[in-house]
Design a protein around this ligand. Sequence first.
Ligand code: NAI
Ligand code: NA
Length: 396
Amino acid sequence: MIIEPRMRGFICLTAHPGGAAQNVKQQIEYVKSKGPINGAKKVLVIGASTGFGLSSRITSAFGSDAATIGVFFEKPPVEGKTASPGWYNSAAFEEEAHKAGLYAKSINGDAFSKEVKQQTMDLIKADLGQVDLVIYSLASPVRQHPETGVLHRSVLKPIGGVFSNKTVDFHTGKVSEVTIQPAEGDDIENTVTVMGGEDWAMWMDALKDANLLAPGAVTVAYSYIGPALTEPVYRKGTIGRAKDHLEATAFEITDNLKDIGGKAYVSVNKALVTQASSAIPVIPLYISLLYKIMKEEGVHEGTIEQMQRLYSERLFTGGEVPVDEKGRIRIDDWEMRDDIQEKVAALWEKATTENLSEIGDLEGYRKDFYNLFGFDYKDVDYKADTNEMVGVDSIK
Ligand code: NAI
Ligand code: NA
């Protein structure tokens, strides 16, 4: 079929397998260009198909020759209907990994469920024996609790009062005022249940109890802080409560891994265009201004640059892992630089529909967004008849 982008709101309903392959190949090339990393060799990535998780998997495989098991929740293709982007990314990743002689298998299902945890553990046991690194990179709007069966929905709301600020519709470039009503009822609790640390701890408990963690095993989950500008809707909003919980969970997990000398970290990453972040009001405008400044200053990074730096300059230097006063790894250091934030804040005041394409990097935002779905890659012929029925090697 001819595959074109079909937009509905923040979501693109189609994905291009050729573009996804291009995305994966470019990330692999980047990691290889930076040289080998003396990192973990047997790696489980939970949330491995897009965003930071995909880049983590690629960095492990092509930076450290690691065997990887990836867990994700993606839609396979059906005749005449494309798969979700993470499916095609994973198909391309496995193909490249297998070509390079690397072990790579994937599990497609709900990582919050007991069944998928068990399936993953069976696979580790059968194929790898144990893992020495577990990356936890889920971003989901819902979680069915494995004990109660209750379906929890996360929300992106401020806490304690209405929040109004600027936002942009990045498709049209229209800057407008958005007003978000504060959390009510069980909003905070639900968001913490979905995006907090409970499921991460459940994974680590289950892996440890089954003796599937190697001595000294490390686990890393991803968080975000961001500037004062976005605080009401992010770090001091419902999602921020979930991140507080995730960060606190790292200490619990570390305690629990003491006897095997293991450790849990949270890495605070940079704001980037992913499916998850495009859905948060205010954030796309912030990102488009941030990109402009970071590119001007020569410190812009995408998910692969971030993960390559996390591995090579934080996790696997051979020395101690540098952390902040709250025990967190910081690779948002360049985003949070005073000079960068001052410039972003000044642009924020000025930003209008008329000037945004000039003072902000709206084009870069859009390109990144289309790239997520495999569109807007130079070397892909989007007019060509393309086979949508691409399979992930290891998934029958
Ligand atoms: P993403 O949407 O690109 O990736 C989410 C991954 O989770 C995908 O692999 C998806 O298949 C998987 N997933 C979702 N629900 C699942 C389920 N029920 N079972 C199995 N897999 C499931 O998201 P992104 O942006 O890479 O986020 C990953 C983490 O990084 C999140 O914790 C996010 O808060 C954090 N982060 C994101 C930042 C950003 O700007 N995008 C900045 C800093 C941290
Ligand atoms: Na991810």
